[in-house]
Design a protein around this ligand. Structure first.
Ligand SMILES: Cc1cc2nc3c(=O)[nH]c(=O)nc-3n(C[C@H](O)[C@H](O)[C@H](O)COP(=O)(O)OP(=O)(O)OC[C@H]3O[C@@H](n4cnc5c(N)ncnc54)[C@H](O)[C@@H]3O)c2cc1C
Length: 391
């Protein structure tokens, strides 16, 4: 995005990337439909960035969600608003958009140098790269770093830039998984039976935060949209206390009284699982979760009264024992701290070098906020470079 702004402003640009082709993580984001941005009102949108909001506001206001939609449409990819307010390209994938974008950059004269791994600077301040043909050096009037976070390292962003910038005394908040899963010590029976099964229409609560949506049982824990939405709170609790307690409500639209009435009918010859499934419309995985909680409490589910069952259905405690590894997280928290950057995303300690995108210290939930802030900060840094170069 910076390259686009720069070429429009008359600069000559070369994009170096360690990978053999461009936008691998962007293509991966496309696998889930490419949620480009969100349609909610801008003040609500900005609030998703929490404490980073004041630092991102100007960039996002200058390149807001509507501008991103127009940009996509100009590249031949019209967008639509999904039922949740999320914005997707109609094609529901990233490849046509990326192809059209790369074509346009190419037509604007942007050069691409793939398989060029940036490794820092030489004594004369020139950029050093490792390539399959050995080291390579490039001099630039200005440099834009957009090296991403550290999730899904096989797609290119591996966080190796941290050591290079730290050696220049740039403060970097530790890279941590964001929008990630968590580990849970499921029983073997539960894990074998319910791995890969979704929990739909649930409400998840940690502390004072409740999120409605979906979650997915994994072999080693739990992940999915509603978990990602709580992942900042859950991660900080797990990192501080070694564990976090998640409460799952399977039927959040039914109160305890309504559930108790439903569960007070006669069970007859039905198994408890069948009875719960029919009386409270619970899925097998939901009932499995209740059984896990009952085992942990040392009290068989069969000994629960209708009122106890009703209470448990909407307050199943699940102990999270750790954060899933960063290489499977959707995004990264931490990065170059904002006080290292001026208002144009230039590194104060390295005049002429700019940084934007996920490598900067902000995080946001899924919903299009990650790409929107990456695009907007990239464009802002591009404008900053034009200004720096007096173009
Ligand atoms: C599975 C998945 C699904 C996602 N879905 C969505 C979604 O639907 N909506 C959304 O908003 N966000 C989504 N995201 C997040 C989004 O893709 C990222 O936030 C965004 O790509 C970050 O952009 P970036 O340019 O900052 O970094 P990246 O896209 O990570 O790009 C960084 C680039 O830098 C290169 N690089 C890194 N180090 C070096 C080096 N030393 N030398 C040379 N090159 C280097 C990498 O090869 C890479 O090309 C998803 C992420 C994942 C993993």
């Amino acid at each position: 995005m910076a390259a686009e702004v720069l070429t429009q402003g008359g600069a000559r640009v070369t994009i170096y990337d360690a990978m053999p082709s461009a936008g691998r993580k962007f293509l991966m984001a496309g696998r889930g439909g490419l949620n480009l941005t969100h349609s909610e009102p801008l003040p609500d949108f900005l609030a998703r960035y929490r404490e980073a909001m004041p630092h991102l506001r100007t960039a996002i206001e200058a390149f807001p969600p509507d501008a991103l939609r127009d940009w996509s449409a100009a590249l031949g990819q019209l967008t639509f608003v999904g039922s949740s307010g999320r914005v997707f390209p109609k094609a529901f994938k990233a490849s046509p958009l990326l192809r059209a974008w790369l074509r346009r950059l190419d037509a604007n004269g942007v050069q691409f140098a793939f398989r060029h791994r940036w490794a820092g600077w030489d004594e004369q301040g020139r950029l050093l790269f490792q390539t399959p043909n050995g080291p390579s050096i490039a001099a630039a009037d200005a440099t834009m770093l957009a090296l991403g976070g550290a999730s899904w390292p096989r797609l290119g962003s591996d966080g190796a830039w941290v050591d290079i910038l730290a050696a220049k005394r740039i403060a970097i908040s530790k890279l941590r998984p964001a929008n990630s899963g968590f580990t849970v010590a499921w029983s073997e029976v539960f894990r074998d039976r319910f791995e890969g099964q979704p929990l739909k229409g649930v409400a998840l609560t940690v502390g004072a935060h409740t999120v409605r949506g979906e979650a997915m049982i994994t072999r080693s824990g739990i992940e999915g949209g509603a978990i990602y939405a709580l992942s900042a709170e859950l991660r900080e609790a797990v990192l501080a206390l070694g564990q976090a307690r998640l409460m799952i409500a399977l039927r959040p639209d039914l109160d305890a009284a309504a559930l108790t009435t439903r569960l007070s009918g006669t069970r007859g010859k039905q198994s408890l699982a069948n009875f719960l499934r029919k009386a409270a419309q619970l899925s097998p995985v939901g009932i499995g979760l209740m059984q896990e909680a009952a085992i942990a409490a040392g009290r068989p589910l069969a000994a629960f009264s209708p009122a106890d069952l009703a209470q448990l259905i909407n307050a199943i405690p699940v102990q999270l024992t750790g954060v899933a590894a960063i290489d499977r997280a959707i995004s990264t928290a931490g990065g170059v701290t904002f006080n290292e950057l001026d208002e144009h995303f230039m590194l104060r300690k390295l005049p002429g070098t700019f940084a934007a995108g996920e490598m900067v210290d902000w995080e946001a939930p899924t919903g299009g906020y990650l790409l929107q802030a990456s695009f907007a900060t990239g464009a802002a840094a591009g404008r900053g470079i034009l200004r720096w170069l007096n173009l």
